[in-house]
Ligand binder design. Structure first.
Ligand SMILES: NC(=O)c1ccc[n+]([C@@H]2O[C@H](COP(=O)([O-])OP(=O)(O)OC[C@H]3O[C@@H](n4cnc5c(N)ncnc54)[C@H](O)[C@@H]3O)[C@@H](O)[C@H]2O)c1
Length: 315
């Protein structure tokens, strides 16, 4: 297969590795690729890195044609903090950029487009739904502009599927953590800098006001995110379009702190007053049934892998 992966960050680079391991041809397409950071995740001799903007439709078309792309995995986007800093550009990149991906894929008869959506499309209070877990039919009502851009992309993707028969699949990822040296524009970036980065340097960590999504939430290791994208890119005969991808349970930040203390002996981490944040875990039945996806990493295993990677980099 010839796979175009847009975005070569935390998730895109990891996904490139899994497709390469399967023997596929991989093109990583990014407006600002970071070859040194990418090479920590995947052998850059085995992939093609293309510097390009997803807002540039003619260039996208030429790359898909030249590289005979049959599957697109779309991860390029502005994440929450970057979107808020660059609102106008962010709306264009997330929504118009993805529309370009769909349009280029339609014109070039791409076999399938896999989109990276978010748990942030779901209503936080449930809008009257009282189930204990969230399946893919749980009410959607994003609480952020970022979540709204993702929900809009899901709708545009569905439209391309219904109107043009373009095979479109969206994975709704939980909060992702994992090895990556580039910038992180989610709430996890500052949290891990404090909670893990400081104890690794022997400094005291103080977590004063964690954001709701990290206080009590569903998580996902980047290697599981990449494996879900690989499965979604390759599986034939899918009958569903939307899939929850996470660990299948909610972790409170106090549990996370205990895990980090076990992983970094002597770590001193204090937690400020925590807001009460109700949260529901993901129901993963559909992803298991259709994609064969089950998480290989729970939070302890994920944090252990991440801390090991940080330690190895520091040496
Ligand atoms: N990280 C998470 O917690 C999380 C959770 C849910 C969903 N997602 C989604 O998964 C996807 C990947 O997330 P990530 O954590 O790897 O993000 P990331 O910020 O590490 O990577 C995104 C990449 O997109 C590139 N990009 C931005 N604008 C572009 C443009 N105009 N043209 C080409 N490339 C462009 C950036 O340079 C960057 O390398 C995103 O769509 C994100 O919304 C992430």
């Amino acid at each position: 297969m010839s796979i175009l992966i847009t975005g070569s960050g935390l998730i895109g680079a990891q996904t490139a590795k899994l497709f390469v391991d399967k023997g596929d041809k991989v093109i990583l397409y990014d407006i600002a690729p970071r070859p040194a950071d990418i090479s920590e995740i995947v052998d850059t001799n085995k992939i093609t890195i293309v510097r390009g903007d997803i807002l540039d439709l003619p260039f996208l078309l030429s790359i898909i044609r030249e590289q005979e792309v049959d599957t697109v995995v779309h991860t390029a986007a502005l994440l929450p903090a970057a979107l808020l800093q660059n609102l106008y550009a962010g709306l264009r990149i997330n929504v118009e950029g993805f529309t370009n991906i769909l349009e280029a894929s339609r014109q070039m008869d791409v076999r399938r487009v896999v989109f990276t959506s978010t748990i942030g499309v779901y209503s936080r209070d449930g809008d009257g739904n009282t189930s204990e877990t969230m399946d893919e039919n749980f009410p959607v009502r994003p609480g952020s502009l970022y979540g709204m851009t993702k929900l809009m992309c899901e709708s545009i993707g569905s439209n391309y599927f219904n109107k043009h028969g373009l095979d479109f699949v969206a994975l709704r990822f939980a909060n992702v953590l994992g090895p990556w040296n580039g910038p992180l524009f989610t709430a996890t970036g500052p949290l891990f800098k404090e909670m893990i980065g400081k104890p690794l340097k022997g400094e005291e960590a103080k977590i004063e006001k964690p954001s709701p999504i990290v206080t009590n939430g569903e998580w996902l290791y980047s290697k599981d995110a990449a494996r879900a994208l690989l499965l979604a890119g390759k599986k034939e005969g899918l009958t569903e379009r939307f899939f929850n991808i996470g660990m299948g349970r909610v972790y409170h930040i106090s549990e996370m702190v205990e895990i980090v203390k076990d992983l970094i002996p002597g770590a001193s981490i204090s937690l400020g007053t925590l807001p009460i944040v109700p949260a529901r875990a993901y129901n993963l039945d559909r992803s298991k049934r259709e994609l064969d996806y089950s998480p290989e990493y729970d939070l302890k295993r994920a944090l252990s892998g991440y801390v090991d990677w940080l330690r190895a980099r520091a040496n």
